[in-house]
Design a protein around this ligand. Structure first.
Ligand code: HEC
Ligand code: HEC
Ligand code: HEC
Length: 273
């Protein structure tokens, strides 16, 4: 009898132990937030995409807010009939294409933004050492409505995910199409832009020189993940998501009806016709 009891308790103990361990593993997996939301480029930095972040900081898209300041690029502003001495850093006519997620959930809020309820200052904090939502960040090219949700999928899978798994949370793969969210957009004060995607994509991610011993484990080009994903065809890639248009009414940017690529209420994506 004593022996049977021992065996039984050993079995029970192992069962509890195993359940305990797998519970812990699940606990480490983060829950996906209910709604999409812009989180900013700084959240992609660090343990996941350090070289991509650093390359971005030093690329034109990592500096798009700065050129809205008075005195910056005076000649270009004059050429486009803009006032070189004006501060455009809070101007709704500029922020959609020069910052991240402006007028969308979690997106950039310019200086002077106040909460409707409490009247408190809710403007985006800018850290000059770590560019984020105030520039054209990762999410302006990689997401339809912010990266808050698919970032958790990426983390939980340690970067080992299929395109469709993050696409259902708003990651977009229509790279060539997404440039037209800003370049050559009908609301651009700069007119037509000479973007040649095949050539110009070189400006986006010159990551090679940013790999060090510390972040070598983040090399998704070398470990084959980028190549594997290139073999998949995402839905957004086939059709291209709709590109937002907008109007400025009473000093506020309002998206034009029927031009948003995603409705978080209906959880539905909209493609180009
Ligand atoms: C529809 C998107 C869009 C809007 C709106 C927009 N920009 Fe731009 N801006 C761009 C893009 C894209 C570029 C890169 C050049 C190009 O492709 O036209 C750019 C470039 C610039 C440049 C550099 C130009 C150069 O040749 O060096 C300045 C300065 C600038 N923008 C200021 C502004 C200001 C000020 C406003 C608001 C009055 C504004 N932009 C509104 C998209 C936009
Ligand atoms: C202006 C647009 C743009 C911005 C901003 C941008 N990216 Fe990208 N990204 C692209 C395009 C286009 C590609 C695919 C082409 C390429 O790799 O050159 C890409 C590819 C990638 C890939 C490889 C994806 C895969 O699995 O195939 C990663 C990772 C990535 N970007 C991360 C980032 C991060 C992190 C940021 C911000 C720090 C960022 N990107 C900002 C346009 C952008
Ligand atoms: C959210 C708006 C936005 C999106 C989306 C965007 N860009 Fe830009 N891009 C800008 C702005 C603003 C600048 C101006 C930066 C400067 O002049 O310093 C710029 C500058 C550039 C430049 C250098 C200046 C030039 O006109 O030659 C290139 C090249 C470029 N973008 C390529 C791309 C490509 C390729 C994509 C798509 C994969 C893309 N961009 C998507 C806003 C955007």
């Amino acid at each position: 009898m004593g022996k049977t009891l021992k065996v039984i308790s050993l079995i029970l103990f192992s069962a509890f132990f195993l359940v305990g361990v797998s519970d812990n593993a699940d606990a480490r997996k983060k829950k996906i937030p209910k709604k999409p939301k812009y989180v900013g480029s700084a959240k992609c930095n660090g343990s996941c995409h350090d070289p991509y972040y650093q390359a971005w900081v030093n690329s034109p898209h990592g500096k798009t807010y700065n050129i809205l300041k008075p005195g910056e690029r005076a000649d270009a502003k004059k050429r486009d009939k803009l006032d070189p001495d004006k501060d455009y850093t809070t101007d709704p006519q500029c922020l959609r294409c020069h910052t991240t997620g402006y007028r969308q959930s979690g997106g950039f809020k310019p200086a002077g933004s106040k909460s409707k309820k409490s009247g408190k200052d809710i403007s985006t904090k800018i850290d000059p050492e770590e560019p984020s939502k105030e520039q054209v960040g990762c999410e302006m090219c990689h997401s339809a409505a912010g990266g808050g949700q698919f970032r958790v999928v990426m983390k939980n899978s340690k970067g080992d995910f299929k395109k469709e798994e993050t696409e259902k949370y708003g990651q977009r793969w229509d790279y060539e199409n997404v440039c037209t969210r800003c370049h050559s957009h009908p609301k651009s004060p700069h007119g037509k832009s000479k973007i040649d995607y095949a050539k110009d994509k070189a400006v986006l991610h010159p990551i090679d020189k940013y790999f060090t011993e510390d972040n070598a484990d983040q090399n998704i080009v070398k470990d084959g993940k980028v190549k594997d994903r290139a073999k998949e065809k995402a839905k957004s890639e086939e059709k291209g998501l709709r590109i937002e248009d907008w109007n400025i009414k009473k000093g506020k940017l309002k998206f034009a009806k029927g031009t948003r690529p995603y409705s978080s209420k209906k959880k539905k994506f909209y493609y180009k016709k």
